[in-house]
Ligand binder design. Structure first.
Ligand code: NAD
Length: 493
């Protein structure tokens, strides 16, 4: 299966080399509906490819392929699995430029962000290649002395993986690598907006030696029924989802019917707190990364800036200067620092958030209106004096907008930061380490960046509390999400 355009006029990238059919049981298939889904380049708004549109029946074939491959993969020696994962890492690094261009084409993010994503995505294979041979159990003597207690971690079984469009490579590898390391097989359903990266990765994994049926990839324009059917199939034992809290809640309801184990990486509303004693240069650098990585389209993006009164004016001005100077343009152009948003709906939604904040007294320091050009562009924007009840302080912005409010005391800012249903990540800047740690402990979030604007690391447990999610990805915790704990009571005399 190949794409409808051989090359894209903008980049010369050879899209014809990227498969666009369903990848099931090691073969590429058109899908039983015969229908196709257009893939849009957000930098121009033009269709650049079309991928297969899977039906519920196709999904069932994929689940069967994963089931058929399951026993053999679970029985494959950990060392062998580890070496295949390591090969996936190496091939991703070898092909990093091609993968970054592809991500930039279908997602719109700046090429530098796409390159960062590929490096991060590949690291999950290196990390879990190392974890695959360290899945140790336990043995102990029962307190009564009557028997031994053996604890093992067994592969949970067929896993359904559902991923968003904002990190088309990394959100997939953050699930596939631990699933395969644990001995599970999977069906990946990537976001409809960014399917090409998933298919390019599927081809790469096959080349790296991942056996047929161990990783299956299906794209569909009917995510609801397709995912629901898989979650109601008794052959499926795991759901690992990354996406919005709204869809996550719906899938938790679905998974309840078959009591499927769920790992959920959901939305965020990260506070970025700057105390008066912060190193201002470091806080600005951290804010630029926390806000502008991926053009603000990240679950970890700083959403609400709380800056203490004594430093607020200087921080706001300097952030506005830095953000206002960013080069906006097509993601795949080398000079671009901020690419387009994913679609027109995102542009309209963000314009609405700024209008709402302005009507409640916020002042626009830079940006503020969509750019009048082809594609889905919104300029880096800073608004200050944002009221606590402005919608932008309650909802995930998912774009290049920094909303700044001021605060007076530590207790006040902790209360404001925690006043949300979300709890993924928070950022804190202060030179006082004792205060930094004290505040970090009181913040209701799964992760804290203390004097750092980025925390993502395959060796660290990534995940949220409250309605930002369940479970953790990465670290040793990541592989355990794909395992069942087996306890064997043994008497050996
Ligand atoms: P989304 O929830 O709309 O979609 C995520 C995935 O779910 C996509 O594959 C989509 O096709 C699928 N989907 C949509 N409706 C479905 C349904 N009814 N049944 C089954 N599947 C369905 O999210 P998005 O817009 O693709 O991504 C942005 C969201 O993802 C943001 O909220 C962001 O915070 C979140 N996110 C979270 C993390 C994290 O690690 N916590 C990482 C990246 C993105």
């Amino acid at each position: 299966m190949t794409t409808m355009h051989k090359t894209t006029p903008q980049t010369g990238f050879d899209l014809a080399a990227v498969p666009t059919g369903l990848f099931i049981g090691g073969t590429w298939r058109p899908g039983s509906t015969g229908q196709r889904i257009d893939v849009i380049d957000p930098s121009t708004g033009a269709a650049i490819a079309a991928v297969a549109d899977a039906s519920v029946e196709d999904a069932m074939v994929a689940v069967q392929a994963a089931t058929d491959a399951g026993t053999g993969w679970a029985a494959t020696a950990p060392r062998k699995r580890s070496e295949i994962l390591r090969r996936c890492f190496e091939l991703m690094v070898e092909r990093k430029d091609m993968l970054a261009q592809l991500i930039s084409l279908e997602n719109g993010k700046a090429l530098s962000d796409a390159q960062g994503e590929v490096a991060y995505a590949a690291e999950f294979f290196r990390w879990f290649a190392e974890e695959a041979v360290r899945l140790n159990g336990e043995i102990s003597t029962a307190p009564s002395g009557a028997n031994k207690i053996i604890v093992q971690h067994q592969p949970i079984g067929v896993a359904v993986l559902v991923t968003p469009w904002n990190f088309p490579a990394a959100m997939a590898t953050r699930k596939i690598a631990p699933a395969l390391a644990a001995g599970c097989t999977c069906v990946l359903k990537p976001a409809t907006e960014t399917p090409l990266t998933a298919y390019a990765l599927a081809a790469l994994f096959a080349e790296a030696g991942v056996p047929d049926g161990v990783v299956n990839v299906i794209t569909t324009g009917r995510s609801g029924p397709v995912v629901s059917a898989m979650l109601h199939d008794p052959r499926v034992r795991k759901l690992s989802f990354t996406g919005s809290t709204e869809v996550g809640r719906r899938l938790l309801h679905e998974a309840a019917d078959t009591v499927i184990s769920c790992s959920m990486e959901l939305g965020g509303n990260a506070p970025f707190i700057v105390f008066d004693d912060a190193d201002l240069d470091a806080a600005i650098e951290g804010a630029m990364i926390a806000k502008m990585r991926n053009g603000g389209e990240a679950c970890t993006a700083a959403n609400r800036f709380y800056v203490q009164g004594g430093i607020a004016e200087a921080f706001s001005q300097r952030l506005a200067e830095r953000m206002g100077a960013m080069q906006v343009g097509p993601g795949y152009e080398a000079a671009t620092q901020c690419g387009p948003l994913i679609n027109q709906g995102a542009v309209d939604r963000i314009a609405g958030l700024i209008d709402d904040a302005s009507s409640r007294g916020a002042k626009v320091l830079t940006g503020g209106r969509p750019l009048d050009r082809q594609g889905f562009y919104f300029p880096p924007t800073v608004i200050a004096g944002v009221a606590g009840d402005a919608t932008i302080m309650q909802e995930e912005i998912f774009g290049p907008v920094a909303a700044i409010a001021t605060f007076a005391s530590e207790d006040e800012v902790i209360a404001a930061a925690n006043a949300t249903e979300y709890g993924l990540i928070a950022y804190v800047y202060t030179r006082d380490l004792a205060r930094g740690l004290r505040v970090s402990e009181r913040l209701e979030s799964g992760m804290v960046g203390l004097n750092r604007g980025i925390v993502s690391d395959p060796a660290a447990p990534f995940g949220g509390v409250k309605q930002s999610g369940l479970g953790r990805e990465g670290a040793h915790h990541g592989i355990l999400e794909f395992c069942e704990t087996k306890y064997i009571a043994v008497s050996w005399g």
